[in-house]
Design a protein around this ligand. Structure first.
Ligand SMILES: Cc1ncc(COP(=O)(O)O)c(C=O)c1O
Length: 458
């Protein structure tokens, strides 16, 4: 899994020039070789999985290099810039804090943190969740949710009530606890000594997990000898990044009942799915069930390092003063930018835009499945996130990383910004433009993508 992009400039037969894309030089630009070489020399190999466009600036749905080239962005910087790149409201809000100056307060109070948590609780969280804890990364927030779920469970069931159930194929981040919780074996070989109280259940997505009945969940627990009463929490990605498939409503209803019956907290990992990406504030709203905790990040700030756990005071208040903090909790610069960005999403109609444009993205996904039946294992969309899972042959569930990689490369060379293939085995071409994209821009990007599919898949 995972190829490095090589520095091999490609010149198109004719330049690309549309309102949304301009490619006038070889890509990567030869003058950027030095920057890439510094990165390759000084950083670990793991950092070489993205196309070699050196970003200079980015605005709305466009990314620019310093050589006059312009890309239509279908990456959102890996699902971060939901409000669009470089929102002027966010730039003004963070500039005000930076120039005041107030760059950091640790956990001492600051106004920006108060404004942000109030907006998150009052305007973004479901009305049954009343507390929010700010952190820095999605992985940190996932580990925090696991800590809260276990700590909340122990007084009820003793230290044996410590099982966290997660799902095959789910991704929750790259730190130790987050990776242990995740369900992609290839990513966690290095751990060696796994926590026996973190248990993966099959994913009922109808693609890699063919059994969509709730019995599959119960059987996985029984096979591992886990009594339901021992479960402290169930944590799942609202949709898996590699497939963008929602799970069956009936399954989710039964999962909610199961958590209630066994006093386990149901945690949705909304790091990708939240803040309008799925055409609703939270992706899990599609399931019509209650969440006990929402873990979010990425789109919360559209660009600054910030994440959050949202939950109810019954468990969020478990830890006494000073024992659940983090150095950059509620950094005022990040909070100011986040609040401006969330307001742009909520009050600027971007969630409705994502819901409205789902039809365009989903129609093209269905078209790709029909047009390339031997190469596309599954293509699906929710709101403004789409995923095309490439496979080596019809009926296969194996990810075809090489083909996905070639498609991404081809599209980027023609002015459509995509990130390197993702998902289990890296076989997925992921589509996730900023939520401020309009229909003609979305269609233009999908046309470029189809051209890339035609060129690579024949
Ligand atoms: C669903 C999901 N959870 C958690 C994470 C981890 O977030 P971070 O990279 O900010 O630690 C990611 C990151 O891609 C994610 O997609």
């Amino acid at each position: 899994m995972g190829h490095a992009f090589q520095f091999e400039p490609v010149t198109l037969p004719a330049p690309v020039a549309t309102a949304n894309r301009e490619i006038r030089t070889p890509i990567p630009h030869p003058d950027d070789r030095e920057i890439v070489e510094i990165l390759r020399r000084c950083e670990p190999r793991s950092m070489s999985g993205q196309p070699l466009v050196v970003w200079d600036h980015a605005e709305g749905v466009h990314v620019f290099d310093r050589h006059g080239n312009k890309w239509l962005d279908f990456s959102s910087g890996v699902l971060v810039t939901n409000a669009g790149h470089g929102r002027p409201e966010a730039a003004a809000a963070l500039a005000e804090v930076v120039q005041r100056p107030l760059h950091h307060t640790y956990c001492f109070p600051n106004r920006e943190r108060a404004d942000l948590v109030a907006y998150l609780v009052d305007r973004c969280a479901p009305d049954y969740l009343d507390k929010v804890f700010l952190l820095t990364t999605g992985s940190e927030a996932i580990e925090c949710a696991i800590k809260i779920a276990r700590a909340h469970a122990h007084p009820k069931g003793g230290p044996e009530k410590d099982v966290i159930v997660t799902f095959h194929g789910d991704f929750h981040g790259r730190t130790l606890g987050a990776q242990m919780a995740g369900g992609i074996p290839a990513l966690k070989d290095w751990i060696v000594h796994h926590d026996p109280c973190m248990v993966n259940a099959p994913i009922p997505d109808g693609f890699r997990g063919r059994d969509t009945s709730f019995d599959g969940f119960l059987k996985a627990l029984a096979d591992r000898g886990v009594e339901p009463s021992r479960i402290a929490g169930v944590c799942l990605e609202t949709y898996q990044g590699g497939t963008a498939l929602l799970l069956p409503l009936d399954y989710m209803r039964r999962l909610r009942e199961f958590c209630d019956q066994n006093e386990a907290l149901l945690v949705f990992d909304e790091v990708q799915a939240g803040f309008g990406r799925c055409g609703k504030m939270w992706g899990f709203e599609h399931y019509e069930v209650r969440a006990d905790m929402i873990v979010c990040g990425k789109g919360i700030s559209s660009g600054l390092p910030l994440s959050a756990v949202i939950g109810h005071s019954d468990w969020m208040d478990h830890f006494p003063p000073g024992s659940m903090t983090s150095t950059h909790t509620g950094n005022p610069v990040c909070c100011a930018a986040a609040l401006a960005n969330i307001k742009a999403i909520v009050e600027g109609g971007l969630i409705d835009n994502a819901a409205r444009l789902e039809r365009v993205l989903a129609a093209r996904m269905a078209h790709f499945e029909k047009k390339y039946p031997a190469r596309v294992g599954r293509a699906a969309a929710i709101g403004l996130v789409g995923a095309v899972q490439m496979v080596p042959e019809a009926g296969s569930l194996d990810p075809d990383h090489d083909t996905a990689f070639a498609i991404v490369k081809h599209a980027v060379e023609r002015g459509l910004m995509l990130f390197g293939p993702v998902g289990t085995g890296g076989g997925t071409v992921k589509l996730c433009p900023p939520l401020c994209i309009d229909e003609s821009q979305l269609t233009e990007g999908l046309d470029v993508l189809e051209e890339a599919f035609d060129a690579v898949c024949g």
